[in-house]
Design a protein around this ligand. Structure first.
Ligand code: ATP
Ligand code: MG
Length: 312
């Protein structure tokens, strides 16, 4: 496991289709598939930091793969995009060095048409939902019971979609009805039902391991040939979710985020919140990495090293 953070993915043998905040997508010889590669880039307050967190890409990839397996066994009828952790063959498709670099940080996935919403599910009232609730007793426009405290568990998890903004823009919270208009009547209910089922299954699994998943963002795709909906992207990772420590949880106050708190605290106390090109000091990098590792180990019952070995 290298201690160098990989902020750019050194892969030139395959055409790069897109680059997001954290991932690069590559075309594969079979054009019904994609290579989904996770870098060590990290963002906070919507900006990408200059240095990465080494091994973060491995953690997010292997954690998502674990969740696809767990959720498949718990959510009847669930379809997902994940096909394999095995990198493409060398030297026919990628070079031997590229193949080594991809090990543990790449997934071969089904190439699907992505629904242009973020299918957020919330189990607790926090973040932008708490701000909205304080003002209007609603969350994404949905009326809520009176008297909820900051970070309180909701009576039921709720589906609270947002728009999916282009890189650099902000996602906007919308109501389920607005999401229905975006994804189409035909798919809206199935999407809602699927993500609520995935969230509930994930929450139960994580809670047994000491982690509360306060909220999370799922993405969905459509196989246009079969008209079936698939769970895509990363799943229930610390980047796509708010993880809290169950042992430290207390209703009525803000909670520390399991992974990015060290980073956020350092940015705010140094007046660097939301600023571009910030270079983190080594101790902030190390502490953040330790938090990602801890979440990984708690959720998979394995160390990252053990997981990487089992890939060989
Ligand atoms: P953020 O997750 O912070 O919003 P981002 O959306 O810019 O960042 P990344 O996570 O870096 O993106 O990159 C993943 C991209 O790949 C997303 O745009 C996602 O919609 C897309 N994607 C995920 N799964 C598939 C798939 N199976 N087929 C096609 N595109 C996919
Ligand atoms: Mg993403």
């Amino acid at each position: 496991m290298s201690s160098e953070a990989l902020t750019t993915i050194p892969l030139t043998s395959l055409p790069r289709l897109s680059q997001g905040k954290v991932r690069d997508l590559f075309a594969l010889p079979d054009d019904s598939k994609l290579l989904f590669v996770t870098s060590d880039r990290i963002s906070a307050y919507d900006v990408i930091l200059k240095n990465g967190i080494s091994s973060k890409g491995l953690i997010l990839t292997l954690l998502s793969a674990k969740w696809f397996e767990v959720l498949s066994s718990k959510v009847p009828g669930l379809k997902h995009h994940f096909l394999s952790l095995t990198p493409p063959p060398a030297p026919s498709v990628v070079t031997p060095d590229e193949r080594q670099m991809l090990r543990g940080r790449s997934m071969t996935v089904r190439r699907l048409k992505i629904f242009p919403i973020e299918a957020i599910v919330r189990g607790y009232v926090t973040g932008s939902a708490w701000s909205e609730y304080e003002k209007s007793q609603t969350i994404h426009g949905l009326p809520q019971p009176a008297g909820l405290l900051c970070c309180q568990r909701l009576p039921q998890p709720i589906y609270t979609p947002s728009t999916k903004a282009e890189l650099g823009d902000k996602d906007l919270n919308i109501t389920p009805d607005q999401a229905r208009a975006i994804v189409g009547e035909k798919y809206a209910s199935r999407i809602e039902e699927l993500v609520l089922a995935c969230y509930k299954a994930g929450v139960a699994y994580a809670e047994e391991r000491g982690i509360l998943i306060a909220d999370t963002k799922f993405e969905l795709g459509l196989d246009e040939e079969t008209d079936e909906i698939y769970l895509v992207d990363e799943v229930l990772t610390p980047d796509s979710s708010r993880f809290w420590s169950k042992a430290d949880y207390q209703v009525g106050r803000q909670q520390d985020s399991f992974d990015k708190q060290v980073l956020r605290d350092w940015l705010t106390s140094n007046g660097l919140k939301g600023k571009p090109d910030v270079l983190l000091p080594p101790e902030v990098v190390e502490k953040t990495k330790a938090r990602y590792m801890e979440a990984y180990e708690k959720l998979t019952d394995k160390t990252l090293e053990e997981a990487l070995k089992s890939l060989e």
